[in-house]
Design a protein around this ligand. Sequence first.
Ligand SMILES: [Zn+2]
Ligand SMILES: [Zn+2]
Length: 260
Amino acid sequence: MIDCHVHLETGPYTLSWVREYVRIAQQRGLSEIYLLEHCYLFPEFLPMYAPVRSQSDFIDAWLNRKGGKRNFAEYLRLVDEVRAIQWPVQIRFGLEVCYFPGYESFMTGLTRDAGLDFLVGSVHFIDHFAFDHKPELWRGVDVDWAYRRFFELSICLASCGVYDGLAHPDSLKLFGHHPSFSLEPFYEKLAAALAQSGMYAEQSSGIARRSGARLGMEPALLQAMLRRGVRVQTASDAHRPEDVGLQISKLEQITRGYMA
Ligand SMILES: [Zn+2]
Ligand SMILES: [Zn+2]
């Protein structure tokens, strides 16, 4: 079993911090973990956020609190240290990169020679709407617009050719909002774009853990992915060692159910 989305961010960049994650991964029967960080933790990536922060006081304040707090070179040093050791579970290192159209080459310029194993792309912002931060931000937002735009951005992300995977593909359901129209045409386009780019899609427990939304992808989205041959990988979106592997076996079971 694999957990392809595990954040290190609450601890130091040390081998003993990585060991905490590996210990829980072993306890939960995982064979592989993908360790990563949010790109906004590193100052190098903050220019990508300039357009959205200039249009949203909320995002600007959030980035002033959270952005640029960690050292990218130190993170990459930890990657080298970890790779020099034999571990009981396979470990990959990468980044969770917020998707902003137009910043693809800026982002690859920072990551091309970093020696990371993967980049997973996330739509965390619909233009300057930080939809997954708190429910109050949805007040006055046109839900149909948000869904259309979210999937348009996801399809661009999947088509742009710089990411290895797509994180939490329908995270927009987090606070219980649903569109008035069928999402199936978007699901088909997204699955086709992922298949074309050879990307994986996450079957994640993170959104359900935060909000009580349905565990993993909506069935029609998952089915579209599987029909097109998209690799579906289980993910916890853990932000601390004790959450590694949470509900991974349940997610696997759900996915297998639709493959049969
Ligand atoms: Zn995310
Ligand atoms: Zn994440």
